[in-house]
Design a binder for this molecule. Sequence first.
Ligand code: IPE
Ligand code: IPE
Ligand code: MG
Length: 252
Amino acid sequence: MTYSSSTQAVPQPRAVPRHIAIIMDGNGRWATKRMLPRVAGHVKGVDAVRGVVEACMLRGVEYLTLFAFSSENWRRPADEVSLLMRLFVTALEREVAKMHANSIRLKVVGDLSRFDAKLQELIVNAERKTANNSKLTVTICANYGGRWDIMQAINKMIAADGKGHAYTEEQLNPHLAMAYAPEPDLFIRTGGEERISNFLLWQLAYTELFFTETYWPDFDVGALDIAIDSFQQRERRFGRTSEQLLTQKKAS
Ligand code: IPE
Ligand code: IPE
Ligand code: MG
């Protein structure tokens, strides 16, 4: 079944969120703070996933979507990437039977073609095994990027049309309404709501977000400076690790 989009129909309000999407960020810093290798943070991160999945089941959440590996995370050191892949394999080997017993449907979303054959096979099998479960749908976004998603959707649409072309992000970029401008570096929203609300979705892929309670009429130069100050404190990693940025800075 396909749900209607929030711009086509207003979703029903609910006390418990029906779908929770989480960017599971901070594993590396968690470990570094404890003088542990980054991998220790990723291992601990898997435990946290287990806890959140259980909590969502108890609360009646229907969809839990977890960003586990972005299309930019390939930019990390090769040993970290391969450890993440191995963790993914062991997590699937260990958890799928339990998930199935709990009536959880598992989906893995992203460009899976870049994963090795064993991991791809585990994913296909896990999805197949749990396909008819209906208590909670857990989606793992792996080698996922919002832009990849938009492009693959456009290309599927074109293919269904029978014309047979396929397009890339680079080919779409010049046709966007704001092709004359670089992507925003900083996004600010006044008035206290913390949402993107369908604004510049494509272009906001890696923009730093700043939310303030200040109402727009009160948003003066001082308030702007606070936002810019906040922006200046950010470390723009674009998928890489802090350590890689430091090494790059030292080299230049
Ligand atoms: C998120 O934690 C996990 C992945 C991206 C795979 P990080 O590894 O990004 O942790 P930080 O951001 O460096 O602390
Ligand atoms: C985002 O985390 C992706 C995942 C949690 C899988 P990153 O740690 O890769 O994000 P950036 O690079 O700091 O923006
Ligand atoms: Mg991170």
